[in-house]
Design a protein. Structure first.
Lengths: 68, 397
């Protein structure tokens, strides 16, 4: 699952953008059924990532340590 | 045109109003001294004067951090308008900057003009804000209200990481610190948006944000910057260079992050759309398959073979029938031939007492006296046998 873990490093905004693209592609209906299913699965995965990231989001406040 | 007609007072007043109330006389800055100041029902009325002239001023519902007094040297911002009912023009004041700022104000205008000419304010340089930043760098005082306001709004709307770059926001060295903080945040790779903020204050208090260093740092920033400096009515050079200007630090935070609930809804909507599209795709596939399955080949897979067999059997049957028929006919024909042959047989006549004679030497029919000579052997066939006879004599008729 190393690959999966790496993929989860994706930024929220990036994941959301990818998800939007996938939805567009599936809606256009030009892909083969296999490709559609593949995309669908990726979409579901991205949905989960986005939701998890949203749930996990919490405000942290840190202070810049560099000398200003 | 004016000479040809007699005007009413209202007509000419309205004409004067049109002449005076032009674009070039709106939002202008005028320096002078306040005199004759009075307040009535929440509005300010005063005269603005210098050595040679005086203009009446009115300021409706003023929101100033100070109360003007007679003798104060100020710069007012406003529009020149005609007050027809009283027959004079006056300044409708929108803002007042207190004396001593005259020099600073000129510096502000000069720098603004210079940077504007250089294109630092151009719309084409404005960067778009990330939809959802993962870390927001905030350049402000660690003790001010600005950081607290930003924190509140962000935790309520969409909690993200805030990286505070603590700086002094006024006084000696403030501009340098702000500029440097912007540069440092730009060197990191975890920040994707910067808010430069400062709470309200006097014109002098906000001065750091009118310094060229800060303007340049904002312009050179690769990260998008939202400024929120002073009150809603305050505009600093930093605001002009920034990618977005917010009226307050809270408003800056609102610009910086979306509402989490809205984003969640958006994701739900995407998921719904995706599922619907997937379902459509599958239904489409199923429908196609069903259409295929309904075709004869799949519905009645042996029908084609049955057809062929039936066809073959029909042919075979016809063949057999035709053969039988032919044989039958041949038989009938044969029987008929037999009958006619029998009927025609010369031997039939023997039954009735006739005989047939043949020459023995060559078995030819003997039917004329010329056919044989005396002494020749003749075979005489009768109904139940034959006899060999020798001719004794012959006589022709």
């Amino acid at each position: 699952m190393q690959n999966g873990e790496q993929k989860e490093e994706i930024k929220f905004e990036e994941a959301l953008k990818k998800l939007e693209e996938i939805v567009d592609v599936i809606e256009r209906g030009e892909l083969s059924l296999e490709e559609t299913i593949e995309k669908f699965e990726e979409g579901i995965r991205l949905c989960k990532i986005c939701k998890r990231k949203l749930e996990e989001a919490e405000m942290k406040i840190e202070e810049l340590k560099d000398e200003i | 045109m004016l000479k040809r007609k007699i005007f009413t007072v209202s007509e000419i007043s309205s004409h004067i109003k049109e002449i005076i109330e032009k674009e070039e006389l709106t939002n202008i800055w005028i320096e002078g001294e306040i005199s004759n100041f009075r307040q009535a029902i929440g509005h300010y009325y005063f005269d603005l004067k210098d050595e040679k002239a005086v203009i009446k001023c009115v300021m409706f519902s003023p929101s100033l951090p100070f109360t003007p007094k007679n003798g104060m040297k100020v710069i007012v911002k406003g529009d020149i308008r005609v007050y027809e009912r009283k027959g004079y023009y006056q300044i409708y004041v929108k803002d007042i900057k207190v004396g001593g700022v005259g020099e600073l104000f000129i510096r502000f205008l000069e720098l603004k003009e210079k940077l504007e000419k250089e294109g630092l304010f151009d719309e084409k340089h404005k960067k778009s804000l990330p939809k959802i930043p993962s870390t927001i760098g905030v350049v402000t005082s660690p003790n001010g209200a600005a950081i607290r306001d930003i924190q509140n709004v962000i935790s309520r709307r969409f909690p993200v990481r805030i990286l505070l770059a603590p700086v002094r926001v006024q006084g000696e060295g403030a501009a340098e610190e702000v500029a440097r903080a912007i540069k440092i945040l730009n060197m990191r790779n975890d920040v994707d948006l910067i808010i430069v903020a400062r709470g309200g204050g006097s014109w002098e208090d906000l001065w750091a944000f009118n310094e060229e260093k800060v303007a340049r740092a904002i312009f050179e920033s690769k990260l998008p910057i939202i400024t929120a400096i002073g009150h809603e009515t305050d505009y600093t050079i930093a605001d002009f260079v920034a990618d977005r200007r917010a009226p307050t630090p809270s408003a800056a935070a609102e610009l910086a992050v979306p509402e989490r609930a809205k984003i969640e809804e958006g994701i739900e909507e995407l998921a719904r759309r995706m599922e619907a599209a997937m379902r459509r795709r599958i239904d489409e596939g199923v429908a196609r398959m069903e259409r295929l399955l309904k075709r004869k080949t799949f519905m009645y897979p042996f029908e084609l073979i049955y057809d062929k067999i039936a066809e073959y059997e029909k042919v075979a049957e016809r063949l057999v029938k035709a053969g039988e028929e032919r044989v039958k006919r041949l038989r009938q024909h044969l029987a008929m031939l037999e009958r006619s042959i029998e009927a025609m047989s010369p031997y039939k006549v023997l039954e009735r007492g006739y005989s047939i004679c043949f020459r023995v030497k060559d078995n030819k029919i003997f039917s004329s006296v010329d056919d044989a000579d005396v002494g020749d052997e003749i075979r005489v066939v009768v109904k139940d046998g034959e006899a060999i006879c020798r001719m004794e004599s012959k006589r022709k008729k």
